[in-house]
Write a protein that binds this ligand. Structure first.
Ligand code: PAF
Length: 289
C-alpha cells in the first residue's frame, strides 16, 4: 500500500492539478471532511476506477478539510473528529494518489474572503431549514475545491441527499463541466448508515439510532404493500422514531430531483429523515419501491 502524497498548500495543489489536467490526465476527486469510514472508502475506490477510465492511469485525488463555513453557531466544529494519519492510510489502501489537507483553514478562507455561492430552491427546507447557512458553506467550499482541482468527475455519498442535489444544481447552473457521481449509502451490518458523527453516540444512543434505518425500511414496506398517501407514510416513520425517544427534526417524502414534498408516493420518491439521539443529529434516506 502506497501512502498518497500529502499537499497542505491549496496554491501548490492547484498548480499540480492544473498541470496534470493540461497534460491530458483524467482527474477524479472525492471531497471529504476526513475521519474516513466505509462510506468514504466506497467513494475513494470508485474514484480510482473513474480516474483510470479510458485505459490510461489517471489521478484519483481526495481533499480532507473540516470546512468551518458549513457549521452553524453551536454546531460541532470544535469536536468534529479528526485523524489525518488514519485518513492517509485509508486513502492509500483505496489507491488515492494525492490528498489535499490544508494546514490552516485560513488558506481556504482568509480573513478577507467575501464570495459565497448560494444555491436556492433545493437548499431550502429540510437540513437547509434547521441548519441556516450550511449549504452556502458547502457550495462555496465545493466550488473552491472544484476550481483548485478541475476534476473531470467528483464523487459524493447519497446519504447527504440534499447536499448532492445542491452540488448538482450548482454544477449545472454555473456550468462547471464536471460530472457528479452519487454513490449509495454504506451501512453497518445492523443497518445504521455510516457517518463520521456516529462516533459521538453512546451505546444506548447508538441502539436507538437504529430506528432511523428501521423506520426507513418499515415505510418502504408499507409503500410496497400499497400505501401511497405521503401523510400516512410520514406519520408511520415519525411514530417509529418518536417511540425510540428520538427528537425528530424532519420526516419528509420528496421528489428525488426537486426535493419538493409529494402528496402521493410514487416509485423513486425519497423518504428523508433527520433526528437527534442525545446531542447528535443523524440523517438517513431511502427511495420508495
Ligand atoms: O460531505 C462532506 O463531507 C462535506 O459536506 C463536503 C462535501 C466535503 C464539503 O465540505
Amino acid at each position: 500500500m502506497k501512502i498518497p502524497e500529502l499537499v497542505t498548500d491549496p496554491a501548490a495543489w492547484q498548480a499540480r492539478c492544473h498541470a496534470a489536467r493540461e497534460a491530458g490526465t483524467r482527474l477524479a476527486l472525492v471531497p471529504t471532511m476526513g475521519y474516513l469510514h466505509d462510506g468514504h472508502r466506497s467513494l475513494l475506490r470508485a474514484a480510482r476506477a473513474r480516474a483510470d477510465e479510458g485505459g490510461r492511469r489517471g489521478l484519483a485525488v481526495a481533499s480532507i478539510f473540516v470546512n468551518p463555513t458549513q457549521f452553524g453557531p453551536g454546531e460541532d466544529l470544535a469536536r468534529y473528529p479528526r485523524d489525518l494519519e488514519g485518513d492517509l492510510r485509508t486513502c492509500g489502501e483505496a489507491g488515492i494518489d494525492w490528498v489535499l489537507a490544508p494546514s490552516d483553514p485560513a488558506l481556504m478562507f482568509p480573513a478577507d474572503h467575501q464570495t459565497w455561492v448560494t444555491v436556492e430552491g433545493v437548499s431550502q427546507g429540510l437540513c437547509g431549514a434547521s441548519r441556516p447557512g450550511h449549504f452556502r458553506g458547502v457550495a462555496t467550499v465545493v466550488a473552491k475545491l472544484f476550481n483548485l482541482t478541475r476534476p473531470h468527475v467528483a464523487l459524493f455519498g447519497e446519504k447527504d441527499f440534499q447536499q448532492l442535489a445542491v452540488i448538482r444544481a450548482m454544477v449545472r447552473d454555473l456550468a462547471f463541466g464536471i460530472e457528479i457521481q452519487g454513490m449509495p449509502i454504506v451501512r453497518e451490518a445492523d443497518g445504521l448508515a455510516r457517518s463520521s458523527r456516529n462516533t459521538y453516540l453512546s451505546a444506548e444512543e447508538r441502539a436507538r439510532a437504529l430506528t432511523l434505518s428501521r423506520a426507513l425500511r418499515a415505510t418502504q414496506e408499507a409503500a410496497a404493500r400499497g400505501e401511497r398517501d405521503a401523510a400516512s407514510l410520514r406519520a408511520h416513520a415519525r411514530a417509529l422514531l418518536e417511540a425510540a425517544a428520538a427528537k425528530v427534526d424532519y420526516v419528509e417524502l420528496v421528489h428525488p430531483e426537486t426535493l419538493r414534498p409529494v402528496e402521493r408516493a410514487v416509485t423513486g420518491s425519497v423518504l428523508l429523515l433527520a433526528a437527534y439521539f442525545g446531542r447528535t443529529r443523524l440523517i438517513d434516506n431511502g427511495r420508495l419501491p
